[in-house]
Design a protein around this ligand. Structure first.
Ligand SMILES: Nc1ncnc2c1ncn2[C@@H]1O[C@H](COP(=O)(O)OP(=O)(O)OP(=O)(O)O)[C@@H](O)[C@H]1O
Ligand SMILES: [Mg+2]
Length: 234
């Protein structure tokens, strides 16, 4: 059984249909990337999984449990973490406070220990732990957004454009962190504008356009299709 499965999902906001007939699966341990032009519906797909959009048709199953009609809090409690594209940190709280806020659903005593463990992945933000998040660089902010989503120890992490707006060096550093998170046992769905980065770190890729999946293959196969970008990003 796949960790996450979408069967014939149509979804959107209010009465507006954005995604149509999405079939997709993610196996445990995979990094799956989601590519496509602006407005294709990539963020809406993550929102749909996380209970932030309306499902009109089809079903989503996580570990065999239907997510349909569940609130984001319930979905987070089941083991899905979300690092959103926008407003993904609290600028007027410190780095450490942002991480504590990320643990909002937890009542256990391990939270402090987990913060230190997450800082092992992100030493760049550990150095800034007592600084306000708004003073971080773009790359550090994106790291904090991902780190915050890890505070609920998700089995599946949804990551929306973690490298957006970053210079090439910062973008590849972030890609390395994503791989490390997977190595530590978290399955990942990553939305990316940077196709090369996404394809080089993911196992499989879905391409979305106009609210539908228009291509799906192993990332290795996409990488050898020379015309990849012109095919899907015109
Ligand atoms: N809250 C919302 N209410 C109504 N329509 C929305 C909402 N959010 C997004 N849309 C519309 O849904 C479509 C898909 O948007 P979405 O943000 O999912 O695309 P995307 O692929 O993530 O784009 P980008 O690469 O620019 O982030 C767009 O036409 C957008 O205008
Ligand atoms: Mg988006």
């Amino acid at each position: 059984m796949a960790l996450l499965e979408l069967n014939n999902v149509s979804s959107g906001y209010g009465k507006m249909v954005i995604l149509e007939k999405i079939d997709m699966y993610i196996d445990k341990g995979e990094i799956v990337s989601l590519l496509g032009p602006n407005g294709a519906g990539k963020t809406t797909l993550l929102n749909t999984i996380f209970g932030l959009a309306d499902i009109f048709e089809g079903d989503i199953k996580f570990n065999g449990v239907s997510l349909k009609g569940k609130s984001p809090d319930k979905i987070a409690a089941l083991g899905i973490g979300y690092s959103p594209q926008q407003q993904n940190i609290f600028p007027n709280f410190t780095v450490e406070e942002n991480l504590l806020l990320g643990a909002y659903l937890r009542r256990d005593k391990e939270i402090k220990k987990d913060i230190e463990e997450i800082f092992e992945i992100f030493p760049e933000i550990e150095r800034r732990r007592r600084n306000l998040a708004k003073t971080l660089s773009g790359g550090e902010r994106q790291m904090l957004a991902v780190a915050r989503a890890l505070m609920l120890k998700p089995k599946l992490l949804l990551c929306d454009e973690p490298t957006a707006g970053l210079a090439p060096k910062a973008a590849s550093l972030l890609a390395k962190k994503i791989k490390e998170i997977r190595e530590r046992g978290t399955t990942i769905i990553m939305v990316e504008q940077n196709a090369k980065i996404a394809l080089s770190i993911s196992d499989r890729t879905y391409v979305l356009a106009g609210g539908r999946i228009v291509a799906h293959d192993s990332s290795a196969n996409f990488l050898i299709k020379k015309d990849f970008e012109s095919l899907y990003f015109k």
